[in-house]
Design a binder for this molecule. Structure first.
Ligand SMILES: Cc1cc2nc3c(=O)[nH]c(=O)nc-3n(C[C@H](O)[C@H](O)[C@H](O)COP(=O)(O)O)c2cc1C
Length: 276
């Protein structure tokens, strides 16, 4: 899965070739397998897959992803409670699916903002939401102009510096990537390459010898009208990447203290990953 973390990127232009029966079944099989999985904050997701053309015809609605995705035909998504912690679990679990599909060389895109969420209203109960969906398809050699413009505008290939994102023992001491690093620092690279909404990268991590504390540094006034906390999803993705690194090295750990607190106006404590 580390390979998938390193090679994944957002795909916004897909090949016209339809997703094969085998690959459709793969998406169905993965989402079915994850039916009972819970995220670190105890929430599970009701996953679904759909063929966009068929869905739109049957329900007489438009999913409205055409501006964002070219040739997106087959999608998956999930339904979950609309709470801060559930959004983190959504990020954590959805990203696992994205990475497994990446492993099978299938292209994906987190879409949390740019789709007509009302088109999926029929599936949800009060208090629930579909925070994000993703197309699944074959990556096209050619990339649409809109795709290229989007990627340039949000600087999709770039990431903030290690010293901006990560800290040594407390938030006053940025972590210097070139210095003797703490044992857990290698897993921070997996966080640094994570996808995030509008590439805002709101994750901050304070490391000490055996614990990594995750904080959210919220982007001021960002995505306030969405109706759910999209940056909480980003935090779940960051935790997912970090924990995959630990899992692959057989490091055992516990995710501690689920009670979110603020230590400064802009830094919200999310969770500590305590290794044993
Ligand atoms: C929660 C979330 C929501 C996103 N929503 C959208 C979206 O609505 N439209 C879009 O084009 N990209 C969306 N993205 C993709 C990000 O823009 C992308 O991950 C980021 O620019 C980094 O690029 P990369 O994924 O290629 O590494 C979203 C990503 C995340 C994590």
């Amino acid at each position: 899965m580390i390979d998938s973390i390193l090679k994944r990127k957002s795909i916004r232009t897909f090949d016209k070739q339809l997703l094969s029966e085998k690959d459709r079944n793969l998406v169905k099989e993965i989402t079915a397998r994850m039916k009972n999985d819970v995220g670190p904050f105890g929430n599970s997701v009701k996953w679904f897959v759909f063929d966009v053309e068929q869905y739109e015809k049957e329900k007489a609605v438009k999913l409205g992803t055409y501006g964002t995705v070219k040739n997106g035909q087959f999608f998956f998504g999930g339904i979950i409670k609309n709470t801060f912690e559930a959004m983190m679990d959504y990020g954590y679990l959805f990203e696992k699916i994205i990475l497994e599909l990446t492993h099978h060389n299938l292209g994906t895109l987190w879409i949390g903002g740019m789709f007509n969420r009302n088109a999926l209203d029929e599936m949800i109960l009060p208090g629930e939401i579909v925070p994000a969906i993703s197309p699944v398809g074959y990556t096209s050699e050619y990339r649409s102009l809109r795709d290229r413009l989007t990627r340039t505008a949000i600087k999709g290939n770039q990431r903030k510096a290690f010293s901006t994102l990560f800290f040594d023992n407390d938030l006053d001491h940025p972590l210097d990537e070139s210095k003797n690093l703490l044992p857990l620092a290698k897993y921070l690279k997996l966080v640094q390459v994570a996808p995030s909404a509008s590439n805002k990268q709101p994750w901050r991590v304070v490391l000490n010898d055996n614990q990594a504390d995750f904080y959210l540094e919220r982007t001021p006034n960002y995505a306030k009208s969405l109706g759910f906390d999209i940056q909480a999803i980003d935090m779940g993705i960051a935790l997912c990447h970090f924990c995959i690194g630990l899992d692959e090295d057989y490091v055992s750990y516990e995710i501690t203290n689920n009670k979110a607190t603020y230590i400064a106006d802009s830094f919200q404590f999310i969770a500590g990953v305590l290794t044993k």
